[in-house]
Design a binder for this molecule. Structure first.
Ligand code: AHG
Ligand code: MN
Ligand code: MN
Length: 335
């Protein structure tokens, strides 16, 4: 039984046997993410103190300005997962191609691959606003013992075996699912342990918060414009409150706890929106569904979308079930 003073380490051991494919490998994987997250957390917390913030000068393969902490977090997560010889492949938002992990051991039996957004919301670092890390885990589809292939990474979200995020916020939290509900653990920085603080998190079915970058309003599809107008209308429990941090992890986390909807629609400027299917939308969709919420591109369930490329973007609507249903109604009607 999960209890509130349980540490993440204890929780992982206790729940290992309830995971149907359990061999301890997934537990070791979550453990590595927990470790890397602690190191990144330490660095993120220092960001205002040392001359570490600011652009490295590189642009990542999405053409975005890369901050130093993006690079740092990317390296830390990749190195931790690689050195501990737990996964057979990694794909990162910050890397053009996926990484194949060759074990020194010729009976290399690792069967999991990880996809990661090492630092989400990175434009917020300079101004001391919460950022996060998002991860997603799949079982490889090609035979164990052979090098991973692109098809191992291009799986539908419904095939995920685990997903989660770390939010480096006023408290640092690790929130994850292995397909049996969503649990949240808060880091006690004095001790360096995560404690189960939010067992079995569920989205309220209805909410009163909507999160969208309204600066792009004029470029949104008509269905989204109509839904935003609906959110703002004086009727019943409306108008809703608008809250948009610009860090998906933080916006999602707040909406999951309080009840709300997050939208990053397509626009006339970007035909598939901005968020990446594999690194951002699928893991958040898995968490949302496991927490009784919903995630859609406006018409289709996110986790049913067949990926075609590693850095693919999709429109994303995610949150309290009834709110997402309502937004979908507006999308279909305006089509
Ligand atoms: P990343 O920092 O990994 O590139 O992700 C930023 C994403 C997401 O976290 C956030 O919700 C969104 O970009 C904000 O985009 P806009 O500034 O266009 O609203
Ligand atoms: Mn991101
Ligand atoms: Mn990122």
């Amino acid at each position: 039984m999960a209890s509130k003073n349980q540490t993440l380490g204890e929780f992982i051991i206790e729940n290992q046997s309830s995971f149907k494919y359990s061999s301890g490998e997934l537990s070791r994987l979550i453990n590595s993410i927990r470790l890397a997250a602690k190191v990144v957390n330490h660095e993120v917390n220092k960001a205002g103190l040392v001359d570490i913030i600011g652009a490295v000068g590189d642009t990542n393969i999405q053409g975005e300005n890369q901050q130093k902490l993006d690079v740092y977090a990317n390296e830390k997560f990749i190195r931790t997962l690689t050195n501990r010889n737990i996964v057979c492949g990694i794909a990162s938002e910050e890397e053009e191609n996926f990484i194949t992990i060759n074990s020194q051991d010729e009976n290399h039996q690792n069967k999991y691959i990880v996809l990661i957004d090492p630092l989400d919301g990175s434009s917020n670092i300079d101004v001391n606003v919460s950022v996060g890390t998002i991860f997603s885990v799949y079982r490889r589809v090609t035979p164990v013992g052979t090098p991973v292939q692109l098809e191992d990474f291009l799986q539908k979200g419904s095939q995920q075996v685990a997903a989660g995020y770390i939010v480096y916020g006023t408290s640092t939290m690790l929130v994850y699912t292995t397909g049996d509900g969503v649990n949240g653990f808060t880091l006690n920085p004095a001790i360096g342990s995560y404690y189960l603080s939010h067992p079995n998190i569920k989205f309220p079915e209805n909410g009163t918060i909507y999160s969208v970058n309204e600066g792009n309003y004029n470029h949104f599809p008509q269905g989204i414009k109509n839904y935003i107008k609906y959110c703002q209308k004086e009727e019943g429990n409306r108008p809703y409150t608008s809250r948009y941090i610009g860090s998906l992890v933080s916006d999602f986390h707040r909406n999951m706890i309080k009840g709300g909807i997050y939208m990053y629609p397509k626009s006339s400027k970007s035909s598939n929106g901005k968020l990446r299917l594999l690194y951002e939308c699928n893991p958040m969709a898995f968490l949302a569904e496991q927490a009784n919420g919903k995630a859609s591109n406006g018409f289709t369930r996110i986790m049913d979308i067949e990926p075609t490329e590693l850095h693919q973007r999709v429109p994303f609507i995610c949150g309290s079930k009834n709110m997402v249903n309502k937004a979908e109604e507006f999308m279909v009607t305006a089509k």
